[in-house]
Design a protein around this ligand. Structure first.
Ligand SMILES: NC(=O)C1=CN([C@@H]2O[C@H](COP(=O)(O)OP(=O)(O)OC[C@H]3O[C@@H](n4cnc5c(N)ncnc54)[C@H](OP(=O)(O)O)[C@@H]3O)[C@@H](O)[C@H]2O)C=CC1
Ligand SMILES: N[C@@H](CC=O)C(=O)O
Length: 805
């Protein structure tokens, strides 16, 4: 025989009742024992009425409304099925409430009687709907034997088994319909099994009759990998072990009452969670073997907790202290959710439900009064508003690194861990955290443990030449990314005046219009709020501006939990302390600071240097052409173009800096050389680089970019002479950067036509690195070192690197 249990949400109105009737009838000619909760909301209302009556307040109007609701259901059922419902005695219930109001007292036994009324109503209605020839009203008080706790009774399985057997034999029927939530003590008085105790009733029944299955019908598809109200991407878990289900329900999973599993586990009856509204879907099966290879099945969270710490010199090495702590709490019926003890035995910490905190404190203070007076025990420390996040999975024991991943995920969510606990079977690992961060913690942990598509959440600052090309590449590469199982979201774009953020992602087709319409400029606090609101776990700020003001904020970006990807060279060429600080804060925060495009645009220059020098190599000397624009300009000069014409063409081709004076002054090359020097271990400042500008410093100063470009032809003559004179010696001019003998220099050099650098033009860069390992022939990198496309591609590659640590 099967046991089927239907919860309150499945019985809320007449339509629901009909659906349940049909589901029962799908059993065909098979017998079934059906356990029913009260119609949705009825038990809560009865509890409220009891409380109002106990306080001597008016409850009558609400009572009236409740009885009207229930009587309306009864009339509907009787009219439809022509069968009189075996209606519970509402008048007796009204008398009880009146008595409570008169006495201003509500003994537990009375309360149990009142609040269990709804279940009897459900059963009366369902028996009438199924017909008395088929269905029998199975009296739960005659079947479930419990202890004397009227409001949170424990079932006595052996005695209940005998009672069930007798009752089923005495009343033969196809369907036994039994009210959930109730039993009776040895005196025959009605007891209740704790809130939502109907699941427990069903499990007890299933265990007692050794049912083939205990089906819990509810309003969700089964047990989820996390609370689906919190986590949109939560998925149904098909199969769990009893242990996994117990851990989950104990630590907050709402779908099952914690006490439900034990009777099933004891007798090996499988338990199945199914959705009344989608009965065709397979539910979640809970059985002896959880099955599946996944190490973590689900995660749950429990909030509104407080942690108490008992500590002091009197604790250390003293036998029986823990026992005294816990028996003091047990005496007052305080349930302990989680316990941890310091390894030096100096303190014991444990969590209780916040509602139990006053009782727990009082119990401990009176138990340790003398020790406290003697200062052997310190005043009990209390931390309120805590939560527990728990990972559950039987297979965790055979996998390494899960705890590390769990704690790293909590760190990623910026959550501080207050305490941790793991049971010795390694089926559950729990962290106590601040309650207000519980949702963040669950979201990040779920993303890391269950979402197998890693995501990168990009905010692009600077949408000029490089930034615009980057957006185009992000759009173009979406399917390439999807094939590689990567979700790359562009959530924000900003220029110097506007910042556009969109929780659905920036629309690729009209991002420029959206940005132009945005009213506010970029503020880090807005991005932080956005990330928090949307629970993003891999946010990346991409700087494709040349703004010093943004570069100065990288430390804050990293500290706020963003990765930083920079095409902008200004942070790495700020003072050396800042350059160092950025690396440190990135390391501390577990975030990446990536800037491959700072030197050689898309060429893999800095990655290679970091690999070489990170593996113990040492730089001996360096020489190369580091400027795409100057490589282009000097090549064009060789072909007969003037300096002003060549510069205009370089600018048009996207090789120059936003302000071409940065190139012609040698500053941009000096920045790149400084970065190479720093990456090689030299603690230099920008002022340490000797710079020979292409055009005199005073010529470049004080005008706008347009004015400068308009006047540049004034330098054409002098430059033509220089080219001419080099040519007469069979040489060409190149803008060369070098590090040799602790001297860093950038400037114009006349090189033989046979020299390797004479060939470098058209925007190409070339770098020759002579090192301990690479000598006498240098390690050489060559390729296009400027231009929107290669630079954006380099930025793109850096963005992808944020997925790896
Ligand atoms: N071109 C190349 O080959 C390479 C370039 N780079 C680097 O890439 C960066 C971008 O170059 P490029 O695209 O040519 O520059 P652009 O001048 O074309 O674009 C710069 C962008 O940055 C924006 N911006 C400026 N200040 C801010 C701010 N405070 N907040 C947000 N956005 C801001 C500008 O906004 P607005 O339009 O409102 O002024 C503009 O959108 C530079 O640092 C450059 O050195 C690196 C390697 C190679
Ligand atoms: N303006 C720069 C662009 C890359 O950093 C150059 O000319 O190389």
């Amino acid at each position: 025989m099967k046991v089927l249990k239907f919860g309150g949400s499945s019985l809320a109105d007449y339509g629901c009742l009909q659906r349940v009737r049909e589901l029962i009838l799908t059993q065909g000619s098979n017998e079934a024992l059906v356990v029913l909760s009260a119609p949705g909301g009825v038990t809560d209302k009865l509890v409220e009425l009891c409380e109002l009556a106990r306080q001597g307040q008016a409850y009558e109007a609400q009572w009236q409304a409740l009885t009207e609701r229930l009587n309306a259901l009864k009339s509907q059922v009787e009219a439809e099925f022509g069968e009189a419902a075996h209606w519970p005695d509402l008048a007796a219930l009204a008398d009880k409430l009146a008595g409570v109001k008169l006495l201003r007292q509500c003994p537990d036994a009375v309360q149990a009687y009142v609040i269990s009324f709804g279940e009897r109503v459900s059963v009366a209605l369902m028996v009438a709907m199924l017909g008395k020839d088929k269905a029998h009203y199975l009296d739960a008080t005659a079947c479930i034997a419990t202890n004397d706790a009227y409001l949170d009774a424990e079932a006595l399985l052996d005695e209940s088994r005998a009672r069930f057997s007798a009752q089923l034999q005495a009343h033969r029927a196809q369907f036994y319909i039994m009210p959930g939530f109730t039993g009776s003590n040895s005196a025959g008085e009605l007891t209740t099994l704790g809130r939502n105790g109907s699941d427990y009733s069903a499990a007890i029944a299933a265990a007692c009759i050794q049912a083939e299955v205990c089906q819990i019908w509810t309003d969700v598809d089964g047990v989820y990998s996390a609370d689906p109200r919190l986590i949109k991407k939560a998925t149904k878990v098909n199969r769990l072990s009893y242990k996994e289900a117990m851990e989950l329900s104990y630590f907050g999973a709402k779908v099952l009452h914690p006490k439900t599993i034990l009777p099933c586990a004891k007798t090996g009856v499988p338990c199945e969670i199914k959705n009344t509204h989608a009965p065709e879907l397979p539910g979640s099966v809970i059985a002896a073997q959880g099955g599946g290879d996944e190490p973590v099945k689900a995660l749950s969270s429990l909030d509104k907790l407080a942690m108490l710490t008992v500590s002091g010199p009197g604790m250390k090495g003293k036998v029986g202290m823990a026992a005294r702590v816990f028996s003091a709490l047990a005496k007052d019926n305080v349930s302990i959710v989680l316990i941890t003890q310091s390894s030096c035995e100096f303190s014991i910490s444990f969590c209780v439900h916040e509602q139990d905190l006053p009782l727990a404190l009082q119990a401990l203070q009176s138990a340790f009064e003398l020790e406290m007076q003697a200062q052997l025990i310190e005043p009990i420390e209390v931390r309120r508003s805590l939560a527990i996040v728990t990972l559950v999975g039987d297979n965790m024991k055979s996998h390494k690194g899960l705890a590390a991943k769990f704690f790293a995920s909590l760190a990623q969510a910026q959550v501080n861990i207050v305490a941790i606990a793991q049971d010795s079977t390694e089926s559950a690992i729990s962290a106590v955290i601040q309650g207000e961060l519980c949702q963040d913690a669950v979201k990040v942990c779920h993303e890391n443990f269950f979402t197998h598509v890693p995501s990168i959440d990009v905010f692009l600052l600077g949408c000029g030449l490089v930034g615009t090309e980057l957006v185009a590449q992000l759009q173009r590469q979406q399917s390439w990314l999807a094939e590689r199982n990567i979700k790359l979201n562009l959530y924000g774009v900003a220029n110097s005046k506007h910042c556009y953020l969109n929780e659905q992602g920036v629309p690729f087709e009209r991002w420029q219009e959206a940005l132009a319409d945005a009213s506010e400029g970029f503020k880090l606090t807005d991005l932080e709020a956005f990330v928090r609101r949307n629970h993003l776990i891999n946010p990346v700020i991409v700087d494709c501006s040349s703004s010093q003001q943004l570069a100065d904020q990288y430390r804050d970006f990293l500290a706020a939990g963003f990765h930083v990807v920079a095409a902008n060279k200004k942070a790495n060429t700020s003072d050396y302390d800042y350059y160092q600080a950025l690396k440190q804060v990135a390391q501390q925060k577990g975030r990446r600071f990536l800037y491959e495009t700072n030197v050689g645009a898309g060429l893999p220059v800095l990655d290679n240097l970091q690999l070489l020098f990170g593996a113990g190599d040492e730089l001996l000397s360096f020489s190369g052409i580091l400027s795409g624009s100057l490589s282009y300009i000097f090549g064009e000069l060789e072909d007969g173009l003037s300096l002003s014409e060549a510069t205009a063409k370089a600018k048009q081709s996207g090789f120059t800096e936003p302000d071409p004076r940065d190139d012609l002054s040698g500053t941009d090359v000096a920045r790149k050389l400084l970065i190479i020097a720093r990456e090689s271990g030299l603690a230099l400042e920008l002022s340490d680089i000797e710079v020979e500008p292409v055009v005199p410093e005073d010529f470049a100063a004080g005008s706008s970019v347009d004015e400068f470009m308009a006047r540049l032809h004034e330098q054409d003559g002098a430059f033509a002479d220089r080219i001419q004179s080099a040519a007469s010696e069979g040489k060409v001019l190149r803008y060369v950067a070098s590090i040799a003998d602790d001297r860093c220099r950038v400037g114009i050099e006349a090189v033989e036509r046979t020299h390797a650098l004479s060939d470098i033009r058209d925007g190409e860069n070339a770098l020759a690195i002579l090192s301990q390992y690479y000598q006498p022939k240098p390690f050489v990198i060559r390729g296009y070192g400027a231009g929107a496309e290669v630079t954006a591609a380099g930025v793109f590659a850096d963005i992808l690197k944020t997925l790896t640590r």
